[in-house]
Design a protein around this ligand. Structure first.
Ligand SMILES: NC(=O)c1ccc[n+]([C@@H]2O[C@H](COP(=O)([O-])OP(=O)(O)OC[C@H]3O[C@@H](n4cnc5c(N)ncnc54)[C@H](O)[C@@H]3O)[C@@H](O)[C@H]2O)c1
Ligand SMILES: [Zn+2]
Length: 364
């Protein structure tokens, strides 16, 4: 077992890694002891992991939601709340999110408002949720005209990671998680970047040793940042490296055809390109960044975008509408070398447009 502690002013919690399934089950059983446990998962994950969930939680109620981002909404929250009440949940109950970021974000949100707040733990089952969404306490749901627009900061009581769950994950989802790991490495961990560079052939979902190392290092980057700025008053915004363009791409395609992590691969490559254009990273560093995406067969260049390709001005307008941009100027998190971030800064539209035009022509 490995673990780290996320230490926050009002609440600290462990993030635990255990690759041996039987020991993993024991760790969770111990944590779940003496609590009224309620497990929240989705139909797909339950279909795969029913025996594991039942071995861990015995007769505790299991609430399954439908699979998909489109069910991350208030209707599901209301339905879950009603189920919890009728199953006898109370202020001392403990919710367990068993699933990816959708299940985790909704379970956290529900825990934050059910009876004015009860505890919850995370058992993330996608790579993205293991390295990103399960740690940091951002919870939420989508509304018709805004993704994650309704939510809370509400930290879990524990996060329990078993990387072997990745063996059943679609490759496309796996790559989405990898793109957030690459983001974290570029921001604040040169060692993690080099670990990836040196083990490119081994970066596979079934390689539990390397996946545990990558997710631990990546969670360490995120938790360091969250510990300094829990509620995104400043520093935490650097976690948006690659997300300025990514969000614009997702909006442009109406959240279809391009997954978040795929948009982040493109956005991160573009932010690196901007950093090179500004002279903050060298051509060689940019080449190394492109190489990682390329070797992992992750699409990070313009060519890989689905048809019809976005119009540069449309993207710029979407970036101006981003909720993270308080002024009309577009802010980008840039790099100051591999493994070193620069705080978000405003960049002139002209500069961005020119850079996007050049980036569009980049070839593998
Ligand atoms: N709270 C945060 O800080 C934060 C950060 C990033 C993303 N998010 C949120 O996370 C969500 C995306 O999370 P995600 O990428 O995990 O997507 P997801 O939860 O939709 O999971 C992706 C797919 O994989 C399936 N799946 C999950 N685990 C599996 C497994 N072990 N084997 C096989 N299939 C499995 C799911 O059922 C789903 O079909 C978004 O809603 C996003 O807004 C939150
Ligand atoms: Zn992201």
């Amino acid at each position: 077992m490995n673990s780290i502690s996320v230490k926050l002013p009002n609440h600290s919690y462990p993030v635990v890694w255990e690759n041996n399934l039987s020991q993993f089950k024991d760790i969770i059983r111990e944590r779940a002891d003496n609590s009224g446990n309620f497990i929240i998962t989705n139909e797909k994950i339950y279909g795969i992991y029913k025996p594991v969930i039942e071995q861990i939680f015995g007769n505790s109620p299991i609430l399954t939601i439908k699979d998909g981002e489109k069910y991350k909404n208030f209707k599901t929250i209301v339905h879950l709340s009603e189920q919890l009440l009728s199953l006898g949940a109370n202020r001392n109950s403990l919710l367990w999110a068993f699933g990816g970021g959708v299940v985790g974000d909704m379970t956290g949100f529900l825990a934050s408002i059910f009876m004015r707040g009860i505890s919850y733990c995370q058992i993330p089952t996608t790579l993205l949720s293991m390295v990103d969404s399960s740690v940091g306490g951002k919870t939420g749901v989508n509304i018709e005209n805004g993704k994650n627009m309704i939510g809370t900061f509400y930290q879990p009581s524990g996060v329990y990671i078993h990387v072997n769950f990745l063996k059943t994950l679609d490759l496309r989802e796996f790559k989405c998680g990898m793109s957030e790991i690459i983001k974290s490495a570029l921001l604040d961990d040169l060692d993690l970047f080099q670990l990836m560079e040196n083990n490119l052939a081994d970066l596979r979902p079934d390689n539990e040793i390397i996946m545990e190392q990558l997710s631990m290092k990546s969670v360490k980057v995120k938790s360091r940042i969250v510990m300094e700025d829990e509620k995104e008053a400043g520093l935490r915004a650097i976690l948006n490296l690659g997300h300025t363009l990514a969000h614009a791409l997702e909006s442009n395609y109406n959240y279809r055809f391009v997954k978040h992590g795929e948009a982040v691969s493109i956005g991160t490559t573009f932010a690196s390109f901007l950093s090179m254009e500004k002279g903050f990273i060298t051509n060689d560093e940019f080449r190394r960044i492109c190489n990682i995406f390329h070797k992992l067969r992750m699409n990070s260049l313009w060519d890989s975008l689905p048809r019809k390709k976005p119009d540069v001005n449309t993207l710029v307008n979407f970036m101006k509408g981003d909720k993270k941009n308080s002024s009309q100027k577009i802010k980008f998190v840039l790099l100051n070398g591999i493994g070193k971030y620069k705080l978000p800064s405003e960049i002139e539209d002209e500069f961005i447009i020119n850079a996007l035009e050049k980036y569009k022509c980049l070839k593998k």
